[in-house]
Write a protein that binds this ligand. Structure first.
Ligand code: PNW
Length: 459
């Protein structure tokens, strides 16, 4: 019998994002985001899927909150849609804000902590047409949107997250082009990195002005980067560059007030430094109260001249990176399962960027779920994935890491970006035709963990 107890007050929750669950893309004054436009372009999203119907959460949020309460969840991480609150990036739309007021009030009535993110990838399309995140002005627009949102909702929210995974916004959106807006311009991608960070900094300043008591942070996606041959200098160099682009290019300006010198040099041919003006790093490094960590897998990398994947790469300036497969279980995303990597990531943050409270804001897995004869979904794989990662998180806590919560991705099956509805991450199944919700075995199990504040396994 193994009994793993979490610290008192540990925050147990589940996460979603606006475009992935809400649907109702044309209701109450919402206008297009870059994802609505991207979904219309042939071949960009598997199955030609789009933001409709998603999980119809915009209309069914009351039922969904009641279900979270039944499951004993203590917190709900969701995102606020910029094109609802400021359609086309312009004037404030009270009807858009009103939806989030009702959502948050319903959560509070059920004693569930609202954990909103201001930007989970749904840039108003109009702002993309003005240059998107490659345009410095977008950072200021983001701060204006943050100000309007926090003025309206600040009395109801304790912790604000500015951005979700700016790595994806910048490098998948503007370099590899597999995410909206689908651009393949490395110079635009590195400009986007700086402007996303500047947007974070400007927004945190406006959040603190509007809600002095609020806690503010950001969520990053983190991976251990493991060189195939640690005694091969070219493998080590690829690993250093990938770690720089994935992790340090965000963490260092946020938490040390400077960009990593090696990455500044690597990105010089792409004009990175040209975007950084006097005073920007001071804005970006404004003190944060917490860091959100999204963890799914590790990157195992080597340098091999023939190995680079064809097509535009998200790894700007990195020639010849290849990602050999290891003998490990895989999810339906084809991502390898490496729970120990979560311990690695948490320990690294603890040592390299100390005294920062951490939350796991996403962790979970896509698997093909089948209904058994009795109408239940026994998602043993997903349950095992979450359990193994909770053990890895607990190992980090025992080693002294200040980890304060865990949100599984996701509460509901939803629109998995370029993969459409085919990939299911939910602990609750959604039948998209009927919108019937069915909690999977993982939801029942996670509910028990949240209630016990412990992972109890009999072996
Ligand atoms: C994260 N990659 O996305 C997002 O925050 C979620 O919205 C998403 O549903 C979840 O993880 C599962 O994918 C990522 O290709 C999407 O490296 C793609 C990548 C990383 C994160």
């Amino acid at each position: 019998m193994e009994n793993i107890v979490f610290p008192q007050g540990f925050l147990w929750g589940a996460a979603t994002a606006a475009f992935q669950v809400e649907g109702a893309t044309e209701l109450d004054g919402r206008t297009d985001s870059i994802w609505d436009e991207f979904c219309r372009q042939p071949g960009k999203v598997v199955g030609g899927d789009c933001g409709e119907p998603a999980a119809d959460h915009y209309r069914r949020f009351e039922q969904d909150v009641a279900m979270m309460a039944d499951l004993g969840l203590k917190a709900y991480r969701f995102s606020i849609a910029w094109p609802r609150v400021r359609p086309d990036g312009g004037d404030v739309n009270p009807a858009g804000l009103d939806f989030y007021k009702r959502l948050i009030d319903t959560l509070l009535e059920h004693d569930i902590v609202p954990w909103p993110t201001l930007y989970h990838w749904d840039l108003p399309q109009k702002l993309e047409e003005a240059g998107g995140w490659a345009n410095r002005d977008t950072a200021f627009r983001f701060a204006d949107y943050a100000a309007a949102t926090v003025e309206a909702l600040g009395d109801r929210v304790g912790t604000w997250t500015t951005l979700n995974e700016p790595w994806c916004s910048a490098f998948l959106g503007y370099a590899s082009g597999v995410h909206a807006p689908g651009r393949t311009d490395p110079r635009a991608a590195v400009a986007a990195v700086h402007h996303l960070l500047l947007g974070h900094g400007l927004a945190s300043t406006t959040i603190r002005a509007a809600a002095p008591e609020a806690k503010v942070g950001i969520t990053l996606n983190m991976y251990p980067i493991i060189p195939v041959n640690p005694s091969d200098p070219s493998d080590l160099d690829v690993a250093r560059r990938l770690d720089g682009l994935q992790q340090r290019i965000f963490l260092d300006p946020l938490l040390r007030g400077e960009y990593p010198a090696d990455i500044l040099a690597d990105l010089e041919p792409f004009g990175f430094g040209e975007h950084v003006r006097d005073g920007d790093l001071g804005v970006i490094s404004a003190p944060m109260d917490m860091l959100g960590v999204n963890y799914y897998t590790e990157h195992y990398v080597s340098s091999s001249p023939n190995g680079s994947e064809p097509g535009p790469s998200p790894w700007v300036g990195v020639q010849h990176a290849s990602f050999p497969r290891r003998d490990a279980p895989r999810t339906d995303m084809d991502w390898e399962v490496h729970p120990d990597g979560l311990t690695t990531v948490l320990l690294r943050l603890h040592h390299d960027y100390p005294r920062l409270p951490l939350y796991i804001t996403e962790n979970g897995a896509a698997f093909r779920d089948d209904f058994s004869g009795n109408g239940a979904i026994d998602d043993v794989d997903r349950t095992g994935y979450i359990a193994s990662h909770l053990r890895a998180a607990h190992t980090a806590i025992k080693a002294g890491v200040d980890l304060r919560g865990y949100f599984c991705w996701s509460l509901l099956d939803n629109f998995e970006w370029a993969e459409g509805y085919a990939k299911r991450f939910g602990i609750v199944h959604v039948d998209y035709a009927t919108q019937i919700r069915t909690p999977k075995m993982s939801a029942r199990w996670f509910s028990r963990v949240a209630r016990d504040n412990a992972l109890v396994t009999v072996s």
